[in-house]
Write a protein that binds this ligand. Structure first.
Ligand SMILES: [Zn+2]
Length: 297
């Protein structure tokens, strides 16, 4: 894939924090740092953490040759801009240009889930799974699909995002302005607002309903994308545990009666998906994907 001594500068913007690191082409994190996402001046914080990381590079670690970025969606990969819901000031923020100017390096950008899917396919749970959906249920819901080994991107880079798939007609209002979206039922932000208490104190009926809503979304997405496997992870799964997976699987079984879905599996991510490694994978796998696309086959 790349020179063994090559390194990548990884940058992660997730709903709660900014992280940066230097990652080897084997996926080892060599230098790392992180801060909570500040309420304002987010770019200034990110710039500082990137400068700190570059300054902390040991002499025997090669200078990064490119930058891999994973950012909470939605993104516009053509424009190189990002609009994460958790950073209201960043609506169409030209992150790629800013990082290219700061580092002088080529910047590769993907969503959090797109980066995670690329990394799982590269050296994680999905090495032998060509067609899958990856679903991260955290403060926001991030997801991505890999079909026949290719991370589908779409016109702006958000293909496979099912956060705003409708799971309950006429249901709860969503932050996007519509109602009944998965995001309104299965993100920690929506659940904590509704319950007015922390996730770990959710009632069994809320846990059960959360699983049902996730099961509905997965059933629709799996039917549309023809995947064999759905990898799930994030704070909702970690906190609600087996009961949410049970109600999810029960609902999914009810709604996945098509023959091509009979083997569909829902698998918890094993935890390899280190965000800095995932961001590095965006850059390290970009060349490989390009050559596959250009392959006349
Ligand atoms: Zn929505």
């Amino acid at each position: 894939m790349s020179d063994a001594s090559e390194t990548v500068l990884s940058v992660v913007i997730d709903p709660g924090r900014l992280a940066a690191g230097i990652v080897s082409s084997d996926g080892d994190v060599l230098v790392r740092d992180r801060v909570g996402t500040p309420g304002r001046e987010v770019w200034r914080s990110l710039e500082q953490i990137v400068r700190r990381i570059l300054a902390a590079r040991p002499e025997d670690v090669a200078l990064p040759s490119m930058v891999g970025v994973s950012c909470a969606g939605p993104i516009d990969v053509e424009a190189g801009s990002v609009s994460p819901a958790s950073v209201p000031a960043w609506s169409g923020f030209p992150l790629r240009d800013h990082l290219e100017e700061l580092t002088g390096l080529t910047v590769h950008l993907d969503t959090l889930a797109g980066a995670a899917a690329t990394a799982e396919r590269w050296l994680g749970d999905a090495v032998e799974v060509p067609s899958f959906l990856l679903l991260l249920l955290d403060q926001t819901i991030e997801s991505a699909v890999v079909i026949d080994g290719v991370r589908l991107r779409g016109a702006h880079g958000n293909a496979g995002s099912i956060a705003h798939l409708m799971v309950e007609p006429g249901g709860a209002p969503c932050t996007c302005g519509a109602s009944g979206c998965l995001n309104a039922y299965a993100s920690t932000a929506a659940l904590e607002t509704e319950m007015n208490r922390p996730m770990r104190r959710a009632t069994p009926s809320i846990v059960d309903r959360t699983g049902i809503m996730i099961g509905r979304a997965i059933a629709s997405a799996a039917a549309a994308f023809d995947v064999t496997t759905v990898f799930v992870g994030g704070a909702v799964i970690d906190t609600f545990g087996d009961p949410v997976l049970e109600s999810l699987r029960r609902e999914l079984a009810l709604r996945s009666r098509l023959t091509h879905l009979s083997g569909l599996q829902v698998v918890e991510l094993s935890g390899y998906g280190q965000p800095l490694v995932a961001a590095a994978a965006v850059a390290l796998c970009a060349g490989a994907e390009m050559s596959r696309r250009n392959d006349p086959e």
